[in-house]
Ligand binder design. Structure first.
Ligand code: SF4
Length: 333
């Protein structure tokens, strides 16, 4: 029987680093892979890439999504179909001009989709991580033999992952079997930090700078305190998101492109309720396009205040703040 190929998914966070160290401790040969979304802090990529040198283990292979073809197809679609939808020619020209690859996977994905991802439409994990690692690493490996994918998922980290199994088998016609392996499933955050410390491996430095999770910087699901920490310590990250919002708005049919969910601030939530109550669809669309939805700058300013905001739920016995990634595959921390 062919031995399985072990592939460890790395995100630059504490859990995937512990997963990498466990794989190393097991003595099995393995590959470590990471998808660079173009929205990580440079320290996160650097941390992931340093794991090999720090431990003597394999170098983390970095992959990226490429949206060149999808953007070209979208530009063609916009030019051909938006006129029939009554979209003004000026907006169509603006969208077609903006639908050019920037080489930043996160931004290119949003240009292609004409919007930023949200908690309800969290397509970022799928297109920036699962699809990239799936098509560029796992599928080619499964053509040659069975694969075990190691995932740094812990049940305690989120309600959505509370029932995640340690092992999960995936069978696909024409490919060898793949098994997901979640070796940290019963671990706590303290176990993870302690395990890495025993190896002499420091955590990603961003944890020491107020970040509860390190993945995208910021993540669309970032909690108020994370947004505040980012805006105070790394204002350039908010500047970048503000620039992306301007570019993305140009490709939005609704003329709206905000990074964070509108209802993250109390004012945005009230605005959303008001617009939702407008009965006429066309009037509602116009009101939405003209509405002052909270952009990244507004959200960052709100995050520095004591007004509103989602809080940690101390009643739950998980580390979940209700905002963490719901993916079962642990590709986002
Ligand atoms: S870290 Fe957040 S923004 Fe980035 S891919 Fe995951 S869910 Fe999306």
């Amino acid at each position: 029987m062919t031995s399985p190929q072990h592939i460890v998914n790395v995100s630059g966070g504490k859990d995937s680093a512990a997963c990498y160290l466990l794989a190393l401790q097991s003595g099995r040969p393995f590959r470590a892979v990471m998808s660079d979304t173009g929205n990580e802090h440079p320290d996160t990529i650097a941390y992931a890439m340093s794991l090999g040198d720090r431990t003597g283990g394999p170098q983390v292979e970095i992959y990226r999504a490429d949206f060149t073809e999808r953007l070209a197809r979208k530009a063609l679609y916009v030019a051909q179909h938006w006129p029939a939808d009554g979209v003004p020619q000026e907006l169509i020209d603006r969208a077609v001009a903006a639908l050019k690859p920037t080489g930043i996977p996160f931004l290119d994905l949003c240009l292609w989709k004409g919007r930023f991802p949200s908690r309800k439409a969290q397509f970022c994990t799928e297109f920036l991580k699962s699809e990239v690692i799936g098509s560029q690493v796992v599928e080619p490996a499964r053509r040659t033999g069975p694969v075990v994918q190691w995932l740094g998922v812990r049940r305690a980290e989120s309600l959505a992952r509370r029932h995640s199994p340690m092992w999960q088998t995936v069978r696909t016609a024409g490919l060898h079997t793949m098994r997901f392996y979640r070796p940290l499933i019963h671990w706590t955050a303290q176990n993870v930090f302690g395990f890495a410390a025993a190896f002499g491996v420091d955590p990603n430095p961003l944890y020491l700078q107020g970040m509860g999770r390190v993945g995208c910087f910021p993540c669309i699901n970032a909690a108020k305190d994370e947004i505040r920490a980012i805006s105070l310590r790394f204002p350039e990250a908010i500047d970048r998101i503000e620039e992306w919002e301007a570019i993305c708005t140009a490709t939005s049919k609704r003329g709206v492109g905000t990074f964070f969910a509108a209802d993250v601030t109390p004012e945005g939530a009230a605005l959303g309720r008001m617009i939702k109550a407008i009965p006429d669809p066309e009037e509602r669309r116009r009101a939405s396009a003209a509405a002052p939805w909270p952009n990244a700058r507004t959200v960052a300013e709100w995050a520095r205040t004591d007004r509103g905001g989602k809080q940690f739920n101390w009643l739950m016995d998980t580390e979940d703040d209700g905002l963490s990634c719901s993916s079962q595959y642990g590709l986002c921390e």
